[in-house]
Design a protein around this ligand. Structure first.
Ligand SMILES: O=C(O)CCC(=O)C(=O)O
Ligand SMILES: [Fe+2]
Length: 138
């Protein structure tokens, strides 16, 4: 699935890359299990502070608690990404933003906790090989 996503994104830039060159862009993987305990005063806590992911693509599975927000078009407003049963959230990371010379944006996102329920999420980060030089594709 990640290969298909990256291939389509690169194809849409009008760039032709060999399969092997595309593959190194997402061949490193890291899994992260996040647990957010309930917090009596969520407004005073940072679940995960605002950030964008550094890799190529992030695949995220969140539970049904909610609290994930992303910035849309650099608006002031945070847009909630509601949990949908069975759905995965896909984030474009900084690597793809750089490769596309800014055509694709690495969305800033954050997580808020709630006062009553804990939250769990599973994030799969796909990175380029550490030896890969990342710059705008030509
Ligand atoms: O817990 C989440 O829904 C997102 C976590 C996150 O943004 C991250 O681990 O980079
Ligand atoms: Fe993230």
């Amino acid at each position: 699935m990640v290969r298909d996503i990256v291939e389509v994104l690169i194809e849409n830039l009008g760039v032709k890359l060999e399969e092997s060159r595309i593959e190194v862009l997402y061949s490193m993987k890291q899994i992260q299990l996040n647990y957010y305990p309930p917090c009596p005063n969520p407004d005073l806590t940072v679940g995960v502070g605002r950030h964008s992911d550094i890799g190529a693509i992030t695949v995220l599975l969140q539970d049904d608690i909610g609290g994930l927000y992303a910035k849309h078009n650099n608006d002031e407003e945070w847009l909630e990404i509601p949990p949908i049963p069975g759905a995965l959230v896909i984030f474009i990371g900084d690597t793809i933003e750089i490769l596309s010379n800014g055509k694709y944006k690495s969305a800033e996102h954050r997580v808020r906790t709630t006062s009553t329920k804990s939250r769990v999420s599973v994030a799969l980060f796909y990175f380029p090989k550490p030896t890969e030089k990342i710059g705008p594709l030509e």
